[in-house]
Design a protein around this ligand. Structure first.
Ligand code: BG6
Length: 480
């Protein structure tokens, strides 16, 4: 869609000179402007507490964009800068919203998007400040970044605050995994290919693995991470969203509510843990010193300078979905920091053949569908094939490999490009509805409420110590 079809808008970013804005939001706006999807008449307003003026912010933005997109077109950066105004604001002071009101009233656009790129403790102040100056109307939208609460109670409080000012149709809760091309492709793979649907159930699938491994540690977000840990930082949102896309039923039509209704049903069908199965079905770990490639890296406790912290940096869960399609099929969810390499992958492991008729003694591997979400995005179907040669049937597992880059030949846009354009266009399909977030917190509580006394296993940074076979059928932890 070209910019001609979109009305001009105000894109107002609170915390707009922070990390997320400079790394993700502005590069995405640049790309969409460069592709003529956004019109130069639209306005971007950056609000932050830092002492600077628009000119200084534009210089900062110019340098950041050149750093992040070396091939960027200088003219397009200049256009983006010209659209952008900086306002210094004390977010908690309602009077400071007057300059924003004046600016927006001169722009003359009746479509404002308020992007809250700040800690969630400020969401209430921002909403009240906007409301106080009558800046929220039925055309306004609000974009919220995680974390949306740190448990069910804090989520409900936060949600109540936002819902006081915005209706659900105006709220865009970002889970950036949903904006990734390969994640969107899960629905296409499942619902545009009849072949897979025939086998996508408990009759044919033995188990499913969903893994998000990162080689990075906690980086600059010590305080946040130590409060949340891997379960709340990754499983409550990204991994559960991936699980929903694998497990949900086909929506009758591709619109936001139909898709989210189906995801919600999958979340409601998740079996909750009880005190007795939590030990068998969940593992938490924390990294110790180790090596990633050739580099020596610190332990988690050294990274956060918090000796004695019991926050988990690795989680493995065995999850069951209680419905007719999935009853009895384990889903293994794993995520961890300081793994040997960064990759996100979904593997559908099919059942073995009922009987091996071939005389060769080697066991037959199973068919597997490997959906590599990142990096090296590809989809592999592992099948058993005869090794050519006379005299008998020898076989091995080979892959039918669909590599995105060579098959589709296109550079992937960043998740934020798609998500920001969806906000502008008003498409909520890839954003979490409040009941989805509520359901995922409710389920997460069945873990946190029983996790207190559970052993925190240590793993050496850069090793698979806990990932390999963790919780897989036959593994020792299964027998505990
Ligand atoms: C974020 C988490 O939501 O996702 C981070 O807070 C994590 O801890 C990141 O590193 C991973 O995202 P991606 O897109 O790099 O896989």
């Amino acid at each position: 869609m070209s910019s001609k079809n979109l009305s001009d808008f105000n894109f107002v970013i609170f915390g707009g000179d922070g990390d997320l804005a400079l790394k993700k939001i502005f590069p995405a706006l640049y790309q969409r402007l460069n592709d003529d999807q956004i019109h130069d008449n639209s306005k971007i307003v950056v609000l932050s507490k830092n002492e600077k003026d628009s000119e200084q912010f534009r210089n900062q933005l110019n340098a950041e964009l050149l750093k992040r997109i070396p091939e960027a077109d200088q003219k397009c950066i200049a256009r983006l800068c010209a659209m952008t105004t900086y306002i210094k604001i004390e977010i908690t002071n309602p009077e400071d919203y007057e300059s924003l009101r004046l600016l927006l009233s001169t722009n003359g656009h009746n479509h404002s998007i308020f992007y809250y790129s700040t800690p969630s403790s400020l969401f209430g102040y921002i909403s009240a400040g906007l409301h106080g100056k009558k800046l929220i109307d039925p055309n306004s939208k609000v974009v919220l970044e995680k974390p949306l609460g740190s448990d069910l109670k804090t989520f409900e409080e936060l949600n109540k605050t936002i819902r006081k000012y915005f209706k659900e149709y105006q709220i865009y809760r970002i889970d950036h995994y949903l904006g990734k091309e390969t994640v969107q492709n899960i629905m296409v793979l499942r619902f545009a290919n009849y072949l897979f649907e025939l086998a996508w159930n408990r009759q044919h699938i033995d188990y499913v693995e969903i893994t998000v491994a990162e080689s990075l540690g906690v980086e600059s977000r010590k305080d946040y991470y130590d409060k949340y840990g891997a379960l709340k930082d990754m499983v409550q949102n990204h991994l559960l969203q991936l699980l929903c896309l694998v497990a949900m039923e086909a929506p009758s039509e591709l619109n936001a509510d139909n898709v989210r209704n189906e995801k919600l049903k999958a979340l409601h069908a998740l079996q909750k843990y009880g005190a007795d199965d939590i030990k068998k079905a969940t593992v938490k770990g924390q990294y110790t010193r180790g090596k990633i490639g050739d580099a020596h890296v610190n332990s988690y406790q050294e990274d956060i300078e918090g000796y004695g912290s019991t926050t988990e940096t690795f989680v493995a869960l065995r999850v069951f979905i209680q419905n007719w399609r999935w009853a009895g099929v384990p889903f293994y969810l794993r995520t961890g920091k300081r793994m040997p390499e960064r990759y996100s992958e979904i593997v559908i492991n099919f059942k073995p053949v009922p009987q091996n008729i071939f005389p060769e003694k080697a066991p037959l591997d199973r068919n597997k569908l490997v959906i590599r979400l990142q990096p090296d995005e590809h989809i592999e179907l592992e099948q058993i094939a005869k090794i050519p040669g006379p005299g008998g049937y020898r076989y091995k597992s080979i892959s039918l490999d669909m590599d995105y880059k060579s098959s589709i030949g296109k550079q992937f846009p960043d998740a934020y490009e798609r998500l920001i354009m969806d906000v502008i266009r008003g498409n909520q399909t890839l954003f979490m509805r409040e009941d989805e977030v509520r359901a995922s917190w409710e389920w997460i509580h069945s873990i946190i409420d029983h996790w207190e006394g559970q052993e925190l296993k240590l793993y050496q940074a850069g090793t698979q110590a806990l990932s390999d076979d963790v919780l897989m059928p036959g593994h020792e932890w299964n027998k505990i």
